[in-house]
Structure formats: C-alpha cells, structure tokens
Write a protein that binds this ligand. Structure first.
Ligand code: GLN
Ligand code: ZN
Length: 740
C-alpha cells in the first residue's frame, strides 16, 4: 500500500509575522475587525497553499487561531468567565479573556507541555456547564473548500488534553460531562461533509492511571457514537503514548499518531504489542521541534521496521510545526550550517522526499549531516565541574543576614524583574544601528541615556533595589546567544510564544563559551548613577538552553553545563566589579521538566546543578536572585529550593496566588517575592489588590524574607502605566512596613 503524507500545527504567524502585525494594528485601533478577518483569511489560505505546493497529501485545517487554540475551544464550548460575559462583541470578548481589560484581569496563561508556547487556561468551575455554541473549525474548513477546493483534515485539541490544560481536579467527572459537546461538534462536522478529523491528545503521553484510561476510552466511545463515515485520528506527541496496549486497541478511532522522535518507547511498544489491523498508523518522523535536517537513512530504516507491523502508514511531523520558523530560505547561515538545517517548509519537502523514495522504491538523496564545531577546552572544563560539589558556604541564613546588613535594605524590599518599557524610539534606534544609519557610539549613547532615565525614575518612585532596564536586549535569550560563542542567530526565524508575541530561538550548533563580557558595561554604568544597589541580570543556563534549539550530538545536560560555565565567568566579573546583587533568570526551569515522571529526577539533577555552576563561587555577601514565571511551580518547589538562590521572585498574580498552596505544604525559608501584579495587562493595579496578595503570602512566609515586585519584566508595557503601577507597589510596601 503506498504511503501518504500529512502535517499539522503549521506555523500560524505567517512568514513575515503577518498575524502579529494584524493583531497589533487591530489592538491599537489602526485596522477594523473586518480588516483583521481579511488578514486572517489570507493567512489561512496561504498556509494551506504552501502545504499543498510542497506535495503534502492530506492538508490540515482549523490551524489558525487569533490567540491560542485552547482559548478557541473554551469560547466554542461557552467556557467564558463570568467577568467577560457582558462584552457583546465576540472577538472583543475573546481578546479580553486573553489580555484583560480595565475592569477585568485576564485569565491565567501558562506553558503548553514542555514547550515555550503558552495558552490561556480555561476557567472551569465545579458547576461549569459546557455548551456547543460556535463551530469555528467548520468555518475554516468551508473557507478552504470554497476558495481552494481543498478537502482538508480538521485538527482540534481533544477532550482529555483540553481538561488537562484546564487543570481540573476531577478529570473523570469532566470527561463524562464534556463528551457531549465534542459529540455535537463531530456530528455537525460529519453532516457538513468533513471526512477526516485529527484530535490532538498530547496529554495521553503523561503518566495515566487505569481509571483515567478507562474514562478516556468511554469518552471517545461517546463522542464517536453517531459517526458513520468520518475518520477520526488521535494524535499524540512530545513523548511516547502511555497505556499503549489499551489505548491503541480500544480507542474507537481510525488511526493513532505517534511521535517517533521524542517518544522513543513508541517503537518498543509497537514491537511488543503489535498494532491493530483496523487502524492507520500516523508516523511522526520529521521533527516539529528541532531544526536539524532529517536523516533519511535513519528514518527509512524506522519506517521499514514499522511496515512489519502495519501496512497503513501515513507519514507526518513528530509534533506541531509551530515550534519551528517558517523557512530557512531567507536566512544567511554559513553553508556548513544551512546544509544541516530544516524549518517548517523544509519539513514538508522532507516528507515528500520520504514518500517518493518509499512509494517509488528509489534511493534517498545523499546527505552530509556531519557537524563539528568544538572548542578544545570546553568539554574538559565540563568534566572537571562535574566532579565538584558546588555548595555555597555559609548556609543561607547566615549569608542572608550578612547581605541584608551590607545592602541596608528595609523590611519588604521593593524591586522589579529587570526590563523596563521598550519604546518605539528604542526599537527605532536599534533598527537604525543595525541598518548602519547611526554609529555604535550613537547607539550606545542612546542606551546609556535610557539607563539614566530609568535609574532616575526608579529613584523617584522609591524602589529599593534598582535595575538598569535591559534596553540593550531585544530578547533575554537572543541577547546572550549573540554574545556567546557556539550559537547561530536567525534573521526571520520567528516562532510564536503566545498571542502576537514571537521569539527567534537561537541555534546551538557548537561548544558554548564566553570570549567577552556580556552584561558588564550597562550594569556598571547604571551602578555609577545611584547609591542604591543595582541588580545585575543574566538569563540562566536552563532557560538559554530551553529557548534555543539544542545540538543533537551531545546531551542537554552537557550543553547546560557549558552555558553555565560561561555565565559563571560573567557572574564572577560582576562581583569583582562591585555588583552586590545578581539575578539569574530561570523562567524555563519548569518547562524543561520531562513529561514522564520516571525521567524527572534526572532532569532536575542537572538543571539545579547548572544553576549552582553559575553561582557557587560568589562571596557570602553577594546576593543571588532568581526569577521564574508562567508555569506551575507548586509541585517543584522543593527543587527550586535546592537551587539555593538567596531570593526568588516568582509570578503568581496570573495564577491567582496558586503558588501559595505550595508554601502551605513546604516551608520555603529563603528570600521570596511573590508577583504583586500582572505585567501583561495594561491595567494599573490598585493598592488594595496588592496588599491582599502580600497579606495572604506573609501568613505563610516569614516577613523578614519577603520581597515586593511585579510578576515579570516590564518591557512590553508603556512608561505611563509602569510608573503608576510601581508607585502603587511602593505604597503597598510602605503600608505593610507600618503594619509589621
Ligand atoms: N529579566 C527579564 C525581564 O525582566 C525576565 C523576563 C522573563 O522572565 N521572561 O524581562
Ligand atoms: Zn518572568
């Protein structure tokens, strides 16, 4: 039987970030809703055309989203928080849930599995009633059918994964409840001629207990009960499918999709338990997540093995292509690098090549995928550090006391997370410098001037620990990748992080080392302008690794240690130059955690150790901070503790103080600042709201350890609301100090 190809999760933002531009124009009132709709239709049509042009057989649809596909489902199923219900215009309401309004805070946003894509958490209460009120997928299906005459495969996120994303406690109960809206949706799709639906269930790769597995199967029986012709494929990714035997044989669907790249146990399971004759096997064999060119020989061998178990094979990507930029065509990498890279469009080409080779019995094209970009000293240093204990001396209590005396900080010290507003003028200066319109000197003067203004503003507001503002950084990872050796940077390699926000993940292609200072100049300049301590700010090793594409020839642990050693040099120089507080941001600390429990401890071992490599040698007087945000930290609080940072600032306002529950169980007796307000909303937080968060927190945390700060950096905000918000925050500290 000839193999076919399909794809899913093709990047939504467009090759030139068209979606970002349209959204931001719309939010700023520069284009109308009708124009935004037109822009979105163009994107939908162009993406489908690109996929078809590259020879893919089964074209996906319902891949577009104005913000996030989980929020799309919430709106379709009427899971709309009470506080947004009075907004009449559906699109306005949709954006309000994601971004908040003057009156209503946004819903929580968190990371999608172990990726840097973020979704809006559905607010499901114990009495939530689902209702099928809008068929968004069908609209997109019909658009592609009427405009391009494509009969597409609809892609939606499945009930189990949706509920997992909603963080419901009683999953079995809700699976039972949500089944009928999925059932109505699928019925309506079938009535309208849809022939294939892919239901994404990445949550099926998590550790599943028996009862859950049974409830999932029951739920799928219900949602597919009335279907007669329509084919349903369940797609899993990011790891191997759990409860393989039961799910593969009992799910009442036409096919199951596997990630054969990250889910190495999938192949073992197929070999052990076989594969049902009545189902198609969707083989995820080209990566949606890393940019390394597919090794055809290796993959053909894998497919060869699969054909021993089934004939019905559809070739696909391993996981959504959203994690990759659109194409390498517009990049100017050195040749030895570009020959080993593939982004989303190149994945389409690879699938078509694989298909042709298999169906026509041809030889695969000759490939040279070798890469060697090593620095002789780096691996030696890594093996040395591997032996070391890395304990900071003395223990926290003693050193914290010393630090606070030297720093002369009041109770409830106030600070920010690092970045300050990146204004249009700043972006213009950067673009002018890049294009050669202004000199390096002019650019640096501009940055210094911004730093100066920021210091003045912070002094005036009355903050206790100041920052230089990160004006020289476009992005907290890209900035370091540009300065360190071993990284390649893209020009157009944009990947969606959330909503309209995109990042350009750097590519780690060789050994990482530091041949020049990274942050010294700006930090030291800021410190000359004030008597208050200026905090040096670095991005941590795990986050730099996690938000870059790692090389494949050495382990992640090894790469993290290489980065950590480079950052350690920077920390030591900052300290030597008189900087007394150094913050190592690790917002991706949780994100790097493996999805299977059995692999978790090993990860934390090296993740914690890399943080300690960066910080272990500083003097007791030097205060080490870290910062984390937009993930669930509750179940890893003990691991965070082991990083042995003196102070952590942690986001909590968007997850509504959820983190506090962790402190009820675990005594966190180190410095801590719980995000006092949500920086993603343009809304200025009121003093009372912040006092409430602080008061709740200090019931669980010793007041001598408590810091007050926003929940993340302020670079996406404007100056006006930033000054207003921080002034309120400082007021909060003053009030609380009086009460203490
Ligand atoms: N220091 C960074 C900033 O303030 C931290 C950003 C982050 O946590 N994502 O922008
Ligand atoms: Zn943050």
């Amino acid at each position: 039987m000839p193999v076919k190809t399909t794809v899913f999760g093709y990047p939504k933002i467009g090759p030139q970030r068209e979606l970002k531009k349209a959204l931001e124009f719309y939010w700023n009132g520069k284009i109308s809703q009708v124009e935004l709709m037109e822009a979105s239709e163009n994107l939908i049509l162009n993406n489908a055309k690109t996929i078809a042009k590259h020879g893919i057989d089964i074209i996906p649809s319902n891949e577009f989203s104005f913000y996030d596909f989980i929020l799309d489902l919430s709106v379709m199923f009427n899971v709309i928080p009470e506080r947004f219900r009075e907004i009449e215009n559906p699109l306005e309401r949709y954006f309000a849930i994601a971004r908040g309004t003057v009156d209503a805070p946004a819903s929580e946003m968190t990371k999608w599995f172990n990726t840097n894509y973020h979704y809006i958490v559905p607010e499901i209460e114990s009495n939530t009633e689902f209702e099928f009120i809008e068929n968004k997928p069908l609209k997109e299906y019909e658009l592609l059918k009427s405009s391009l005459n494509f009969k597409t495969k609809l892609v939606i996120t499945g009930p189990f994964t949706y509920l997992y994303c909603a963080k419901v406690k009683n999953t079995e109960y809700f699976l039972d409840k949500i089944a009928f809206v999925y059932e109505s949706l699928l019925d309506e799709l079938e009535k309208n001629g849809v022939e294939e639906v892919q239901i994404d269930e990445p949550a099926m790769v998590l550790d599943l207990d028996k009862n859950i597995v049974n409830s999932i199967i029951d739920c799928y029986r219900k949602i597919t009960a009335n279907l007669s012709r329509m084919k349903i494929y369940v797609q899993t990714y990011y790891e191997s499918l759990s409860a393989y035997e039961k799910l593969v044989y009992e799910l009442p669907v036409s096919g199951i999709g596997f990630d054969f790249l990250e889910g190495i146990e999938n192949l073992e399971n197929i070999s052990k338990f076989g594969f049902p004759k009545d189902k198609a096997l969707i083989a995820g064999v080209v990566s949606g997540r890393d940019p390394w060119r597919t090794d055809f020989k290796e993959i053909l061998k894998l497919i060869g093995t699969l054909t021993k178990f089934t004939e019905k094979i559809i070739l696909s990507n391993s996981c959504p292509l959203i994690h990759l930029p659109v194409t390498i065509k517009n990049e100017t990498f050195p040749k030895e690098l570009s020959k080993i890279l593939s982004f989303a469009n190149e994945r389409l080409e690879e699938l078509t090549i694989l298909k042709t080779v298999i169906n026509e019995g041809k030889e695969p094209p000759v490939q040279d995928l070798s890469m060697k970009f090593v620095h002789p000293d780096v691996s030696e240093k890594v093996s040395q550090i591997n032996q070391k204990a890395l304990h900071r001396k003395p223990e926290f209590a003693e050193r914290y006391k010393k630090q606070m005396e030297i720093l002369k900080l009041p109770l409830f010290p106030t600070t920010t997370i690092g970045s300050f507003p990146q204004t249009t003028e700043l972006r213009k200066a950067r673009a002018d410098y890049k294009a050669g319109r202004i000199s390096l000197e002019e650019y640096e003067n501009f940055i210094n001037n911004e730093i100066k203004k920021a210091i003045e503003i912070q002094e005036k507001i009355g903050l206790d620990v100041l920052v230089h503002g990160e004006f020289e950084r476009t992005d907290m990872v890209e900035f370091f990748a540009e300065k360190l050796q071993g990284f390649a940077i893209t020009k157009n390699g944009w990947v969606q992080s959330y909503g309209s926000r995109c990042v350009r993940p750097p590519i780690i292609y060789g050994d990482v080392w530091r041949d020049k200072p990274l942050t010294l100049k700006e930090t030291l300049y800021a410190q000359t302008l004030t008597k208050k301590p200026v905090k040096g700010i670095l991005t941590g090793p795990v986050t730099i690794l996690q938000w870059s594409y790692p090389r494949k020839d050495i382990s992640k642990k090894e790469i993290a240690y290489q980065i950590a050693l480079a950052l350690n040099e920077e920390v030591m120089e900052l300290e030597k130059a008189g900087i007394k507080i150094i913050q190592i941001d690790e917002p991706a600390f949780r994100e790097g955690m493996p999805l299977k429990k059995a692999k978790v401890n090993q990860y934390f071992d090296w993740a914690i150790k890399s943080f300690r490599i960066v910080t272990h040698e500083v003097k007791p007087e030097t205060q080490i901070h870290t910062h984390m945000c937009y993930s669930d930290f509750n179940d890893i609080i003990e691991k965070i503790y082991e990083m042995d940072a003196d102070v952590i600032s942690i986001e909590a306002s968007r997850s509504k103080g959820e983190i506090l529950k962790a402190f009820e169980k675990f005594r966190y007796d180190r410095g801590i600042g719980i995000g006092a307000y949500d920086i993603h909303s343009p809304r200025v937080p009121q003093v009372e709201e912040m006092i409430e968060i602080v008061e709740r927190s200090i019931k669980l945390i010793d007041i001598s350890l408590f810091w007050i700060n926003p929940d993340c950096g302020l670079k996406t905000r404007g100056w006006k609301e930033t000054i207003a918000s921080l002034s309120n925050m400082v007021k909060v500290a003053k009030i609380i100090r009086r009460e203490a």
